[in-house]
Design a protein around this ligand. Structure first.
Ligand code: PMP
Length: 360
């Protein structure tokens, strides 16, 4: 068996040891005689898996005691509607900082529920940077301020936490959750789909501050009412049990790697291999402002479409897959999430150097 170096933006590479453990436990989890997929979500076996996953996640994040962990469904796209329904309360407006594809989608969806204001945008810069905080036109009476901490398509990432005063900050961390330590107390709510840094798709993590619970609009579906889900330990409906189990194994793997600080150091090393090469090689273009470059998704372009196609073909022949940039921006995108080993990034950097020397 040969595993490819998988640079997919998501669903994405998972730690091999996690996949091996899941394979070992597939037919009989810990002597239960059942696969995790076959267990009642309310049975003692799955309840223990859920409790362990929550405890490990809280430890990794150093989660303050006034935050709830919810394992829901709906994905990032679902959350774009679910969050306004839950947090609007008696407010009228929502502030959104538009940094690219994903923040744009959040803005558009929020408009169904509220007056959603685009308080800053990097659209004139083709979404290649984060608008500086002092240009944001925030409404002090907004229900919350929405940011996307890492734009998966554009490869733009916040390397600072915006101060929004008493207005809660909501962050879509779908593509950089658990890639570095965060101060959760700076946020009112954090959400993330699992399928990049945590596990398979199907599970959506929500971390929410207690005081933001209980404001849901009456039309909010019960399954997506954060207060009801918090009161029921994410068990108001059947949770995505298998995805939670895999995420739990990933949390244990992260602890073994030394936690989020160690992960950040590793991720910085990996990203530097690519960015240093991009900066040193005029053949390639890296579109993103240096200060806002993502440590998770590294987009770059080659001089022509033909060279891009040849590059992807050569990469595939060398066991490096899913490098094609998103159709909306083209070019190449290397997603180098937590589980991408440094050897994979080194192999890509070596190939990029060779390709540029040959074609440049
Ligand atoms: N936000 C970000 C930053 C994403 O990268 C994605 C998925 N690529 C989403 C939201 C949407 O997630 P989903 O497809 O799980 O709804």
């Amino acid at each position: 068996m040969t595993r490819a170096y998988n640079f997919s933006a998501g669903p994405a590479v998972l730690p091999e040891s996690v996949l091996r453990q899941a394979a070992d436990e597939m037919l009989d989890w810990h002597g239960s005689g059942m696969s995790v997929m076959e267990m009642s979500h309310r049975g003692k076996e799955f309840m223990s898996i859920l409790a362990q996953a929550k405890a490990d996640l809280a430890e990794l994040l150093n989660l303050p005691s006034n935050y709830k962990i919810l394992f829901l469904q709906g994905g990032g796209v679902g959350m774009n509607g679910i969050i306004p329904m839950n947090l609007l309360g008696n407010k009228k407006s929502i502030d959104v900082v538009n940094t690219g594809s994903w923040a744009s989608k959040s803005l558009k969806e929020a408009k169904k529920y509220a007056k959603a204001n685009e308080v800053a945008t990097s659209e004139p810069q083709h979404y290649t940077c984060i608008p500086p905080r002092d240009t944001w036109k925030l409404d002090p009476d907004a229900a919350y301020v929405h940011i996307c901490s890492n734009e998966t398509i554009g490869g733009v990432q916040y390397h600072w936490v915006p101060d929004t005063g008493s207005v809660p900050l909501v962050a879509d961390m779908s593509s950089d959750i658990l890639s570095r330590p965060i101060d959760v107390s700076r946020y009112g709510l954090i959400f993330a789909g699992a399928q990049k840094n945590m596990g398979p798709s199907g599970m959506t993590l929500v971390l929410v501050r207690d005081d933001l619970l209980g404001r849901a609009l009456p039309i909010t579906p019960n399954a997506f009412d954060f207060k009801q889900q918090a009161d029921n330990d994410s068990m108001l409906n059947t949770p995505p049990t298998y995805a939670i189990y895999i995420a739990g194994l990933v949390y244990q793997w992260l602890k073994k790697q030394g936690g989020l600080a160690a992960m950040e150091a590793h991720n910085r090393k990996k990203a530097a291999l690519l960015y240093d090469l991009l900066d040193a090689t005029p053949f390639y273009t890296s579109p993103v402002a240096r200060s806002d470059r993502s440590l998770m998704n590294v987009p770059f372009t080659l001089p022509t479409e033909e060279l891009t196609t040849a590059f992807l073909q050569g990469a595939k022949e060398r066991g490096m897959v899913q490098l094609k940039g998103h159709s909306s921006v083209g070019g190449i995108r290397a997603s180098i999430y937590n589980a991408m080993p440094i050897e994979g990034v080194q192999a890509l950097a070596d190939y990029m150097k060779e390709f540029a020397a040959h074609h440049g």
